[in-house]
Design a protein around this ligand. Structure first.
Ligand SMILES: NC(=O)c1ccc[n+]([C@@H]2O[C@H](COP(=O)([O-])OP(=O)(O)OC[C@H]3O[C@@H](n4cnc5c(N)ncnc54)[C@H](O)[C@@H]3O)[C@@H](O)[C@H]2O)c1
Length: 262
């Protein structure tokens, strides 16, 4: 593996929200590809448990607390982590902070809640981008950053798949992910001359024990006839961060089993 451009040996990779459904799979995939993965999350215990699991299988990982809604915490985390590791080569914005009323019907969302979710998710990602991309630039590192978006950055939900369940697709999700997708293109253009690449990944729905009626209807929307597994998303993220994707920037990699291609 070390002699292919897919290998990440010697690279430092940071994943935000690294203990969640997708973050866990990404951290394992980065570590298995040879990177030193820094699992960041607001949940210290889970991050430490995942770091122990990864290091016990012979790979490199460490845990750190990083709250992407805390501006000072982002700045100091980037400064200290970059100093300790001679820079951060890879950064994945994947954390998913949301209010307790996330999912309220559009017409019923309290203005303060809408503002809060947009602030936590959009500004949280944007401020992480600002800190880490500037640090990469100052160090002359040809780093790679990926923003995790969604296929709902590209298309409207098919609301009927949620019929008869408690699930829905929050309005703010399309607002936020659509914005982050084009923001990723902005950053790709802005930092291209420094040799820094910025891309986004648009995962489709990931299976996580959703009600069978939903899963059946959702599966029918995809060409592959199934929801994603976390690993289906993790490996394309790793690819984008590797030298194998050295000529890929400003791209949105859609990983949705063909849903948006139909
Ligand atoms: N699960 C899906 O079906 C799906 C589909 C498309 C896109 N996505 C996107 O993938 C990303 C990860 O989603 P997931 O399903 O793994 O979510 P998840 O809820 O399983 O995990 C999110 C993680 O973020 C952490 N977190 C919450 N607030 C935080 C904060 N303020 N700072 C740092 N970390 C924080 C949580 O502790 C958790 O570990 C999100 O951006 C989500 O929008 C998910």
């Amino acid at each position: 593996m070390t002699d292919t451009p897919f290998a990440l040996t010697g690279k430092t990779a940071v994943v935000t929200g690294g203990c969640g459904l997708l973050g866990t799979a990404m951290c394992r995939a980065f570590a298995a590809s040879g990177a030193h993965v820094i699992i960041t999350d607001v949940d210290r215990d889970k991050a430490e448990a995942l770091a122990r699991e990864i290091t016990s299988s012979g790979h490199h990982a460490e845990a750190a607390v990083l709250d992407i809604t805390d501006d000072e915490s982002i700045i100091s985390f980037v400064r200290e982590t970059a100093e300790a590791n001679e820079g951060i080569d890879i950064w994945v914005n994947n954390a998913y902070p949301r209010t307790s009323d996330w999912g309220t019907k559009f017409e019923d969302i309290p203005p303060a809640s809408l503002r809060k979710n947009v602030d936590m998710q959009m500004n949280g990602y944007a401020l992480c981008c600002q800190s880490v991309l500037e640090d990469m630039k100052e160090r002359g590192l040809k780093g790679s950053l990926v923003n995790i978006c969604s296929h709902y950055a590209l298309v409207a939900p098919t609301f009927s798949v949620y019929d008869g369940t408690e699930m829905t697709m929050p309005a703010a999700y399309s607002l936020i992910k659509g914005g982050l997708l084009n923001f990723s293109r902005y950053l790709a253009a802005y930092y291209a001359q420094c040799g820094i690449r910025v891309n986004s990944v648009c995962p489709g729905g990931v299976f996580d024990g959703q009600p069978p009626s939903f899963v059946e209807r959702y599966n029918d929307l995809t060409m592959l006839g199934r929801m994603a597994a976390p690993e289906d998303i993790a490996w394309p993220v790793v690819f984008l961060c590797s030298d194998a994707a050295g000529y890929v920037t400003g791209h949105s990699l859609v990983v949705d089993g063909g849903l948006t291609a139909m």
